[in-house]
Design a protein around this ligand. Structure first.
Ligand code: 13P
Length: 254
């Protein structure tokens, strides 16, 4: 990574934990993360535990993020949805948008992801836009076209929408499988995404933090984060253990 980009390590807890677990994990990360104040650290618990996690990290540099956000703004008759304003209200700084599990299991199309991205920004959240190809797409030589379509749906012709945002490249075949992308594979995908943004705005491309996600563990984090276009990680399984998550933060802190 270059000096102009902040490193970020974000934990996506997915649908794990309960109230006690969430408070304890957030508290343990808060207690250990003071050594890494020059990097961004984020925790993304399930919706019901956001407020408790926000309370546990209060007064530290750690931010809390939601795993999803409604495409609709404000309030309204949208049963089951949670708006960006509500997420801000309970202490969120970030919101994941377009995670592959939302795309594959819950029908979040590129258009839906774009609407959620915009809603997150309008609410003052920092969106973490997740992009990634499946194994079939990679094997079929479609990695770049899939990433381009996912990116372009949000970026359109105006890279300004990516200012103050974060991108996470998460190859679907590496998520929860223990099969991490090699540092070279991660770098190639990140360079492709950054290069595509640079065709619209070199400045925004250069400043955009880009995280790698997919089976990041303490043992492989440092070599992934050593790649020039990898600015940190979006961590699933290993974020459920404070010691492992903090070891990954240490790898990002360098
Ligand atoms: P794992 O780290 O468990 O592979 O999950 C990655 C992920 O999906 C983070 O959003």
């Amino acid at each position: 990574m270059t000096e102009s980009r902040k490193r970020i390590v974000a934990g996506n807890w997915k649908m794990h934990g309960d109230m006690d677990f969430s408070s304890e994990l957030a508290g343990a990360v808060a207690a250990g993360a003071s050594d890494y104040e020059h990097i961004g650290v984020a925790l993304c618990p399930p919706f019901p535990y956001l407020a408790a996690a926000a309370e546990a990290v209060e007064g530290t540099h750690i931010h809390v993020g939601a795993q999803d956000v409604a495409a609709q703004s404000g309030t309204g008759a949208y049963t089951g949805e949670v708006s960006g304003q509500m997420l801000r209200d309970v202490g969120c700084w970030y919101a994941l948008v377009g995670h592959s599990e939302r795309r594959s299991l819950f029908g979040d199309t590129n258009a839906v992801v774009a609407a959620k991205y915009q809603a997150a920004r309008e609410a003052g959240l920092v969106p973490i836009l997740c992009l990634g190809e499946t194994l079939d797409e990679r094997d079929g030589g479609q990695m770049e076209s899939v990433l381009a379509a996912q990116l372009d749906a949000v970026m359109g012709d105006d890279a300004d929408v990516l200012s103050d945002a974060v991108i996470a490249y998460e190859p679907v075949w590496a998520i929860g499988t223990g099969r991490t992308a090699t540092p070279e594979q991660a770098q190639a995908a990140h360079a492709f995404i950054r290069g595509r943004i640079a065709t619209k705005s070199d400045t925004i491309a250069r400043h955009l933090p880009m995280l790698y996600g997919g089976s990041v563990k303490p043992a492989n984090a440092a070599e992934l984060f050593a790649q020039p276009d990898v600015d940190g990680g979006l961590i699933g399984g290993a974020s459920l253990n404070a010691e492992d998550f903090l070891a990954i933060c240490a790898a990002a802190a360098g």
